[in-house]
Design a protein around this ligand. Sequence first.
Ligand SMILES: Nc1ncnc2c1ncn2[C@@H]1O[C@H](COP(=O)(O)OP(=O)(O)OP(=O)(O)O)[C@@H](O)[C@H]1O
Length: 575
Amino acid sequence: MSSKKNRKRLNQSAENGSPLPSAASSCAGARTPSAGARTPSAGSDFAAAAGTLTVTNFLEKDDKIPKTFQNSLIHLGLNTMKSANICIGRPVLLTSLNGKQEVYTAWPIAGFPGGKVGLNEVAQKNVGVRPGDAIQVQPLVGAVLQAEEMDVALSDKDMEINEEELTDCILRKLDGKIVLPGNFLYCTFYGRPCKLQVLRVKGADGMILGGPQNDTDAQRMAFEQSSMETSSLELSLQLSQLDLEETRIPSLRSTPCKPVDERIINKTSDVLLDVTQSPGDDSGVVLEEVTGLKCSSESAREGNDQLIKEERLLKFSMGAKCNTDTFYFISSTTRVNFTEIDKNSKEQDNQFKVTYDMIGGLSSQLKVIREMIELPLKQPELFKTYGIPAPRGVLLYGPPGTGKTMIARAVANEVGAYVSVINGPEIISKFYGETEAKLRQIFAEATLRHPSIIFIDELDALCPKREGAQNEVEKRVVASLLTLMDGIGSEGSEGQVLVLGATNRPHALDSALRRPGRFDKEIEIGVPNAQDRLDILQKLLRRVPHLLTEAELLQLANSAHGYVGADLKVLCNEA
Ligand SMILES: Nc1ncnc2c1ncn2[C@@H]1O[C@H](COP(=O)(O)OP(=O)(O)OP(=O)(O)O)[C@@H](O)[C@H]1O
């Protein structure tokens, strides 16, 4: 099959649009640029039509969208959505180069850069990508049914959670979420983040999706695939090893997916290689665009059935799902079964954890924090020997976006302590006594599992000044927190439980909280100066490929007066 023919067919079928009538009608206007026109945007439009986009961070949260929905969204530009046949508010299947998949909802953002997809941190974690990586984004065109039953694994730290309550929480907060076995679900349970791995899903149609296949196989295939993409030398090597015999393709199934015949994989590689090769091609399509073309065989479903079938087989052989498969979503009637989590999953998390060296421009604050927090948690006997009371509470205060939450996460990660996270506004319940009960439960658990850190973000929402309090609940919560903080260490865990609070408005806090013995250490996390901004920019750009020289970075840092870390992060993402 010639590469030109292939490309022509891919273009034609991409122009034909989605096979679903509804998708086709609501995505009217989807158009793919011609391969011959090699304008700067042609490459990204081409890739978008193929569904291959570049990962970038979420630009900024849209206040008009409820918080619960924001976590299920990915951001796209309108033109990119048109090119990729993606409809607003519809589910899309993300597939990374390493074969990880997740389903999110497509959301347009005005002015979002073309050819890019904005993923939040959790989404990046789920599909194992970072900004700058390529990812395939395809509209779901298969059936989406209710999940009748779902097996999930809890990490051992969450094993003692009441399963009934957690089930309620999952069904309420993740209602409508499309689940894929092997992926992680994140939800906040009484202010504490819980991570669950989906092991098995049984659909309303009786189909059962198991976990991902043998990882080693998948990794091997992914490696083979990526090596084919990146090196022309390896391409010719692979080509010489190909079995060019015609092979009959067995009928396809809509559920995953056993490893297929080796010959079929060879045959599929053959087809893909055929697409990627364009010697002496006059269209001038560069290698990345050609790689995009290879992925675009997915959107070429109508014009090239055989090619699609073969690519599906390759995906199947990697244990991946196709966007035409049946998917299952969590509903209020889904039965949730719990088991213990696989230890391997913890390792995957580590690469996304915040460390001290990711925090820019706060070296003096970090030094104090390490002395004040790490020492008592790591060596409580030192404090006992010298009769010095270890701090119970440390308050980080400063303007929004300066890195308070980031510091708390880094401390928790580096100390290796058990961490409970309480988000002030989230834990407040309108039901009588429920907030206090949650607080008591969190403190009791932290004491049991010492050394531990209780991190209370947006402390001012939980403990405002009692004299100006709007209602009785606020007063009772403040009183409860005071009592709980006074009780820290009374069970023989002196210095082993620390409450770390973060607030933008320290003066709005109840003054009793800032008394010695409670939040008696306060650290200001202020607006960075030019030197700090340079450090933050360097740390933010450390893992992002860029062409900025040191001098340009310095100039940028000098001219970004008043920018805090979060602003600089957005600046980098937008650039
Ligand atoms: N000093 C910093 N170094 C590197 N990145 C930073 C820094 N400060 C902020 N950021 C970036 O900004 C993002 C938001 O910061 P963070 O949530 O820690 O701010 P915050 O002070 O807790 O804000 P808020 O008070 O609104 O909760 C971080 O995820 C990080 O990417």
